[in-house]
Each structure stands twice: as structure tokens, then as C-alpha cells.
Design a protein around this ligand. Structure first.
Ligand SMILES: Nc1ncnc2c1ncn2[C@@H]1O[C@H](COP(=O)(O)OP(=O)(O)OP(=O)(O)O)[C@@H](O)[C@H]1O
Ligand SMILES: [Mg+2]
Length: 231
């Protein structure tokens, strides 16, 4: 690998371990993780329940810090940063999606997306153009004025994607984003990921149990007991 290749990684994870205190002892949940996440790619983390996928995703997004090892996001050392520094980068440069959609129930689709622009400190003059664009990217222009309860699960997840990418993050992290959706809806969400990767040059990293989705990935890492399996 050349030095140039190294510079291209959006996220560079080396020798990461994570343990949690449990009943006076430390339980090791991640046990030596090395991986790279590249811009413009869809990366999947697969593995059994309890293998450490969510724990790893949280470290990738700066929601937590490793016990040992390095997590570099765009060259910056997350493993050494304070909570305040991490929060700032997260708000501006990373988007998150969860299994349960996490939309605000009293706000319309439009207002939910707009809220993330407000949170990221984007100038108000840019909001309406950007909200319209994001809802268009996820195919929900016609549902802009609906509240979450007036949308299907798949539509809610697509609003959540629009919300997560509105502030133009470099990285979109999604923990089991299709777990509550049927096959057709899940496929639609995967199409949306592909669309935004191409339209916005963003990197997507998601966890999933669903073997039918693995083919849609550019890179798949399998986690087994807190390690990345070979191959
Ligand atoms: N804060 C914590 N304190 C103690 N143990 C934890 C903590 N967070 C996670 N664990 C343990 O770490 C292991 C991995 O959990 P994690 O949630 O990362 O797995 P996962 O691969 O995402 O599983 P699933 O597919 O069920 O979502 C589990 O055994 C879990 O009990
Ligand atoms: Mg999990």
C-alpha cells in the first residue's frame, strides 16, 4: 500500500480494543480491530448478535472512544479527542441512522430534515433548498408535509436518511437500518444509500443481519467475537 492510499481513507481504524467494566472485571468486546472506510463506498459490518457491531459503529462515529488503539477520521485522532471536540465533528461531518428511525413525531418530514440543518449551524438561507434536495434524493418530495405517523416504516426510514445527510456529512453510519422493514422496503433503503453515495460522494457504513443485503455492499467485514474475520 502506498502513502497515497493511506491518505484516501476516510476512517482508519488500527488495533482497536474496547472493554467495559462488568461486575468488577473488564469484559473485552472489541479485541483488535483494523479496518478502513473509504469515501464513495458502501461498507457493511455483519456478524452475530453480540459480536460487537454496534460497539464498533459507535467508535467509528465518535460516540465513544476505544480502550486501546486508534480511530482516525479524516486524519484526525478521535481516540485522543475530548467529548466536546467529538460532538462538534459529529454534528457537522457525520450522520447517524438507527433501526427505530428516530424522527420527532410532531414534526413533518420537511421539519425533521430542517432540524438537522439548524443543529449543524447551517445558515437559514440554505435550509429550504437543501431540505427539498434531500427529500428528492430519498424519493419523498410528495410526502414532505406528512408527520412520521402518516408514513410507512420504509418512508420513515427514508426521511431519517434525508435528515442524516442534510448537513452534508462525509460519513453516514447506520445501525441495522433495515431491521424493521420488509424485503421490498429494505431494498428501497439500499437503493437510496446507493443514490446518495453517488450524488453526494458520501461513505455509508451499516450493520446488518440480513444476508440478502450483503451483495449490495462494496466491502463487507464479518465480525466474530469482537474481531474482524479473515477473508
Ligand atoms: N456499555 C456496555 N457495557 C457492558 N457490555 C457491553 C456494553 N455495550 C455492549 N456490551 C457488550 O458487548 C457485546 C457486543 O455488543 P454489541 O451491541 O456491540 O453487539 P452487536 O453485534 O451490535 O449485536 P446485535 O446484532 O444484537 O445488535 C455484547 O456482549 C454486549 O453485552
Ligand atoms: Mg447491534
Amino acid at each position: 500500500m502506498t502513502e497515497t492510499d493511506r491518505e484516501e481513507a476516510l476512517l482508519d481504524v488500527r488495533g482497536v480494543r474496547k472493554s467495559f467494566p462488568s461486575g468488577g472485571r473488564a469484559v473485552t468486546v472489541l479485541d483488535g480491530i483494523d479496518l478502513r472506510i473509504e469515501a464513495g463506498r458502501l461498507t457493511m459490518l455483519k456478524g452475530r448478535s453480540g459480536s460487537g457491531k454496534t460497539t464498533l459503529l459507535n467508535l467509528l462515529g465518535g460516540l465513544d472512544r476505544p480502550s486501546e488503539g486508534e480511530v482516525r477520521f479524516r486524519g484526525r485522532p478521535f481516540h485522543r479527542w475530548t467529548d466536546k471536540q467529538l460532538t462538534r465533528v459529529r454534528r457537522r461531518e457525520i450522520g447517524f441512522i438507527f433501526q427505530s428511525f428516530a424522527l420527532l413525531p410532531l414534526l413533518t418530514a420537511w421539519e425533521n430534515v430542517e432540524l438537522s440543518l439548524r443543529m449543524a449551524g447551517i445558515p437559514r438561507a440554505e435550509w429550504s433548498g437543501r431540505v427539498a434536495r434531500c427529500l428528492e434524493l430519498v424519493g419523498l418530495t410528495k410526502r414532505a408535509l406528512h408527520r412520521p405517523s402518516e408514513l410507512s416504516g420504509g418512508e420513515q426510514q427514508r426521511v431519517a436518511i434525508a435528515k442524516a445527510i442534510a448537513h452534508r456529512p462525509h460519513l453516514l453510519l447506520a445501525d441495522e437500518p433495515t431491521a424493521e422493514l420488509d424485503t421490498l422496503m429494505a431494498a428501497r433503503v439500499m437503493d437510496v444509500f446507493r443514490t446518495i453515495i453517488e450524488a453526494e460522494g458520501i461513505a455509508v457504513c451499516m450493520t446488518t443481519h440480513d444476508s440478502e443485503l450483503w451483495e449490495a455492499a462494496d466491502v463487507v467485514y464479518e465480525m466474530v467475537d469482537g474481531r474482524i474475520a479473515a477473508g
